[in-house]
Design a protein around this ligand. Sequence first.
Ligand code: GLU
Length: 305
Amino acid sequence: MKLRKSAAVAATIAALALTATACGGKSGEAGDKPESPGGKNAPKLPEYKVKTGVKLDSATLKKAQKDGQIVFGAKDDQPYLGFEDSGGKRSGFDIEIAKMVAADLGFKPDQIKFKTVDSGVRETSISKGQVDLYVGTYTINDERKKQVGFAGPYFMAGADLLVRKDDKSITGPDSVKGKKVCSIVGSTPLQEIKKPKYGAKTVELAKYSECVQQLLNDEVDAVTTDDAILKGYAAQRPSKLKVVGKPFTKEPYGVGMNKDDKALRKAVSDAIEAHQKNGDYKKAYEATLGLSGSPYSEPPALERY
Ligand code: GLU
């Protein structure tokens, strides 16, 4: 099910999609936008070798094999991570992780179906079986593990703050007292910034692009979520937005799935490990998230449980 987007959000997404194809050139100049994933001057995206004859004691996988398609929940408004353009094409590092995993589970690119699932409805969507797997900046933590299973982590992010370019008053989480800070229902950075020690006034919305729109409209003073997500928005609007650059939490990203499907959990961790070892992971990173100003670093160690 696709959530209805407000006109303002649709406009933001359309603008991001437009700039996504119109960029290029040297980076570092004021107002310059980096190349987008799949763009003319961007590094080439890897192609993942699709395995055959995959057999697993996993109810989720068996059903997907019977259906001839695997359903991934993802974000649609996070440039360089999980983004859907106006033509319905998905791009970003999370999308590549989904494709790597799908290939190792025996699914070709045309057998992957993406569904947009925002942060506030991830656990319900996974536990109800509306998606087989979820790849969307999803922090692994013990509270969530009570409801869903995680493979990973495949990336380490940290909560940060996005502000308007000319803002000098917000320099980190210790300077948001009395400020209006927007974040997303069901996200860990929202939980963090609500702690009384920060003294922020929170605005809680369903989609990140809505928060970014409010920041551009001067309706809020900052947006908080993972640095990797915020750098993507700043890269799309370099003359208007900047990331403060002082991460204040640790957000290890995992692939979400049914809580009790141990075999699938193992297979997905194996897939991530294999693609890290064969170089696909680094190539995929550099062709997506690497373009937005998060240089490549070695991935965190997988935590199998
Ligand atoms: N990684 C954080 C989380 O899982 C924030 C990003 C998001 O909302 O997806 O809550």
